[in-house]
Ligand binder design. Structure first.
Ligand code: TYD
Length: 213
């Protein structure tokens, strides 16, 4: 039985999952809690290699199913090497993207059967599921405008607005159905969003640190 707490961040590209997962990690570390901050795809040497492959802009011909398995392979390695051991030693594990990303991108985005995605991911992670999933929702035009301002464009970001739009609609549905889901408007502004996330987690969990005065 794991002792730790598993929190995942989810949202379209440009929604701020990386910024917000870092801010939550710093907040908890400042309060003296042991935190493992990690990300997907990646998080271990093997999984980072898979990340390089799957996000390579030259990999145009990859099939959606091959992509699903690559993300699941990365996730399985990540759980085994990082997430499960960290939870077992009592850490708060904060993961920037997890299974809902596969449902949103490979399912709603690329059209794979959602049940197949669930099954493949169950095989990959077993019972290692987040206790809270934070969804940062953003209208697709706003996400798009944010992405255009960034110079990094990986393969998925380059596939354009049509995919992002499907993913964005997908996240709305996934968030509604997810019993662990906490849903936020990603346009709130970085600090207000960070505070909103902390407040929601504090209401949910007695171990969560008090508000800073
Ligand atoms: P991310 O690391 O958030 O990108 P960046 O570092 O550019 O902010 O995510 C990489 C991309 O991988 C993102 O477009 C979402 C996609 N992705 C999937 O399609 N399926 C998955 O299961 C995961 C974890 C990510």
């Amino acid at each position: 039985m794991s002792q730790g707490h598993f929190i995942a961040f989810e949202g379209v590209d440009g929604s701020g999952t990386t910024t917000q997962s870092r801010l939550l990690a710093s907040h908890l570390r400042e309060a003296g809690l042991p935190v493992t901050l990690t990300r997907e795809p990646g998080g271990t040497p093997v999984a980072e290699k898979i990340r390089q492959l799957v996000l390579d802009p030259s990999l145009e011909g990859i099939s959606p199913t091959a992509e699903l398995f690559l993300y699941a392979a990365s996730r399985s390695q990540h759980v085994e090497e990082v997430i499960a051991p960290s939870l077992n030693r009592g850490d708060v594990v904060i993961c920037d993207r997890y299974i809902a990303s596969s449902i949103a991108y490979q399912g709603y985005g690329r059209g794979l059967d959602l049940e197949v995605i669930e099954r493949v991911n169950r095989l990959a992670v077993g019972e290692c599921l987040p206790a809270a999933t934070i969804y940062l929702l953003l209208p697709v035009e706003v996400a798009w405008a944010r992405l255009r301002r960034r110079d990094v464009a990986d393969r998925l970001e380059q596939t354009g607005m049509a995919l992002q739009e499907k993913v964005s609609r997908g996240y709305q549905q996934i968030a509604q159905k997810d019993p662990t889901g906490l849903v936020f408007d990603a346009q709130l502004g970085i600090d207000r969003l960070a505070e909103g996330i902390q407040d929601a987690l504090r209401r949910q969990w007695s171990w969560f640190p008090e508000e800073k005065k």
